[in-house]
Design a protein around this ligand. Structure first.
Ligand SMILES: *Cc1c(COP(=O)(O)O)cnc(C)c1O
Length: 646
């Protein structure tokens, strides 16, 4: 096992101490000046509008004074921000920002490109489309824009909207064959009836869309207008959920997601009008999707003739960093297809998506399990290796550049398997020409605003994502170094946690409730002799209070920063609940379902993504420092229970 050479990480960030300030400053000044020259060179013959002496007028000076005062106040207020950049921060899914991304975003900001369309962003739209292809290649999707079946990807404001986009596209694809049947489209190989059409698997849906696009392209213009309008009328996007399903006894389809699913899935089914009742949470095992339980759920749905829109797998759960068996999920989709129960599969890799860099050689080929494993103690398990390589089999994927991509907020990404499908989401019937339109990939997709949930959106974020992926290509040797550092820190954290659990044993029972597959680690701690869940949860909240950036204290009073989450009995399942309660010496009946203060366990949650967690410049690593601090907190809280409860 070789630790990542920290020298490879040194140029990547501004640094915990602002070590690379001179670099960022020179880039900022250089590109601000560059921007000014750009303005001056547009029409140098134009006279300056703002006169040279304007900045001496009282009104100007007054404005400037007000602006300075407010900006100073803003700057002062921002000092109370959470210090995400620090290796002392191991709370939420955020860390320092990659310098190329930060610089690119700041550089692009004064140009204010709007990635709604090429008209408003002639430069950064192309970058967004290329960023989509960079991510597509990372996950093993076809990413050659000359290939008609090339994947497609675009940015969103975050993982939430990328998940919504996944639902939208799956629904559009699922409804399309029904529209073809109802419109009596003159395609040779249409499904027999509406029910068969609604149960087609995504691969067949794609074939039909492509065949229909090709057929339309060959028709005389008048026929094409007639037929495209006829099909358009029957689409679910035109009819609406109610009317579309009212005919032929169709039921509204359901979405299956693991119990660890992010709450954006609940938002998504509501936004689409499917309704929260149509989101079925499938029980897991150790916070991983239980494929057998999913198969059982599918059987039940098949018997009741309830159509399935999508099954979601999570690559890096938000609370526990666990990874679902995406390979087995893909097998299940393929097996269900033969039973007339077609559904799309979507990988919610908002958190773990960039871990895929570790599984990719510089030449784009897959890395073997042994190769990836050689750098770590236990990562990746065989299951995780298979799951990450199975990303290529997903129908669509969510990845957040603003999480493990170390980029500024406002950047999620949506990827779909085949670019020709995205035109089903277009406002206006350009799906007619989606697959065969004139021009290359980039000109075909340049009017992004027609597909995306948003309208106007920042081109500066696209520049940041694209430039960062150029500086650090998405393979194991470049971007992967960051992910490796993070995973090694997570493994070192687990070692430190085990030592902590032993040290603290005379005073408290602690455990890592679920061993993660990635770089999020939770910790439960219960004072010795305590049998009350209420008291333990209060104890944990007390610890967390000392680990949060409290705006009423100066930031320096906080030594380390963490986050908390809760483990619900229904999400854990009986077996895991029993195991975890036993590990911390709480009686099983201390947990009472249905009572909000007693049906869940409060645990500390740690995100190990800062690239410098293993730095030993202070004599020991930040992780050792954290556990020393936590030990003092725990002992103090046990000695003075009232102080901790307060
Ligand atoms: C963070 C996260 C989301 C939501 O992403 P946002 O960028 O916060 O909108 C969705 N799914 C998972 C698994 C996540 O970790």
């Amino acid at each position: 096992m070789n630790a990542v050479d920290p020298a490879t990480l040194y140029p990547c960030f501004l640094g915990p101490y602002g070590e690379n300030d001179a670099l960022l400053e020179s880039l900022t000044v250089e590109f601000l000046r560059d921007h000014v020259y750009w303005r001056r060179n547009l029409h140098p013959e134009d006279m300056p509008v703002i006169p040279t002496g304007a900045n001496r007028s009282p009104a100007f000076l007054d404005f400037e004074a007000r602006m300075r005062r407010e900006l100073h106040q803003l700057s002062a207020a921002l000092k109370r921000s959470v210090p995400f950049h620090s290796p002392r921060y191991i709370g939420h899914m955020v860390s320092d920002l990659l310098l190329p991304g930060l610089a690119a975003q700041m550089l692009a900001l004064p140009y204010n490109p709007n990635n709604v369309s090429a008209d408003a962003a002639p430069v950064t739209i192309g970058m967004e489309l290329k960023a989509g292809l960079q991510l597509a290649a990372m996950v093993g999707y076809p990413a050659d824009p000359a290939d008609p079946a090339c994947a497609f990807g675009h940015l969103t404001s975050g993982g939430t909207l990328a998940n919504v986009q996944g639902l939208r596209l799956a629904l559009a694809m699922k409804g399309f064959p029904v529209a073809l049947v109802r419109a009596g489209a003159p395609l040779p190989n249409l499904p027999e009836g509406v029910h068969e059409a609604y149960g087609l698997p995504p691969a067949r849906q794609r074939e039909l869309v492509v065949a229909w696009q090709a057929l339309l392209a060959e028709m005389p213009a008048a026929d094409r207008r007639h037929w495209s309008a006829a099909v358009e009328r029957e689409r679910i996007e035109s009819r609406g959920i109610a009317a579309f399903h009212a005919r032929d006894d169709l039921q509204v389809p359901v979405v299956l997601a693991p119990s660890t699913a992010h709450y954006s899935w609940s938002k998504g089914v509501k936004m689409l009008g499917l309704g929260r009742d149509q989101l079925i949470l499938v029980p897991g095992r150790s916070m991983r999707l239980d494929i057998d339980a999913l198969a059982d759920a599918l059987t039940g749905l098949r018997q009741r003739q309830v159509p399935v829109l999508m099954a979601v797998g999570v690559l890096g759960s938000t609370e526990f960093g666990t990874i679902d068996p995406l390979d087995r999920l893909a097998d299940l989709r393929d097996a269900s297809a033969s039973q007339g129960q077609g559904f799309a599969i979507h990988a919610d890799a908002a958190w773990g998506g960039y871990l895929a860099t570790l599984f990719r050689n510089t030449d784009g080929s897959d890395r073997s399990w042994a190769m990836v494993r050689s750098e770590f103690q236990a990562f990746p398990s065989r299951e995780v290796h298979a799951a990450v390589l199975a990303l290529a089999r997903m129908d669509s994927i969510t990845i957040d550049p603003h999480k493990l991509g170390y980029l500024p907020y406002g950047s999620g990404a949506f990827l779909c398997r085949d670019q020709r499908m995205i035109s089903l989401l277009a406002e206006g019937a350009d799906y007619v020409f989606g697959g065969t339109a004139e021009g290359d990939y980039f000109s075909r997709h340049r009017n992004l605003g027609r597909y995306i949930p948003e309208g106007s959106k920042p081109g500066a974020n696209a520049a940041a994502v694209y430039v960062t992926h150029r500086v650090l290509p998405l393979d194991s040797q470049r971007f992967g170094r960051l992910q490796a550092a993070s995973m090694q820190a997570a493994e070192a954290f687990l070692d430190e946690a085990r030592a902590f659990i032993d040290r603290i044993a005379p005073h408290a029972r602690a455990c890592v409730p679920f061993l993660p597959d990635s770089n999020l680690v939770c910790l439960a701690i219960n004072p010795r002799g305590n049998t009350s869940l209420l008291r333990m949860n209060r104890f944990m909240r007390g610890l967390h209070a000392s680990l949060s950036a409290d705006p009423t204290r100066t930031l320096q009073q906080g030594e380390y920063f963490g986050s908390i989450t809760t483990l619900r009995r229904d999400a854990m399942g009986e077996e895991d609940t029993r195991r975890v309660m036993q590990a911390i010496d709480l009686p099983l009946d201390a947990m009472v379902e249905g009572d909000e203060s007693l049906d869940r366990l409060v645990v500390l949650r740690h995100t190990l993504m800062n690239p410098f967690l293993l730095d030993e410049g202070n004599g020991s690593s930040y992780l050792a420092g954290y556990f020393g601090f936590l030990e003092r907190l725990v002992l103090r809280a046990i000695a003075e229970p009232d102080a901790a409860d307060a």
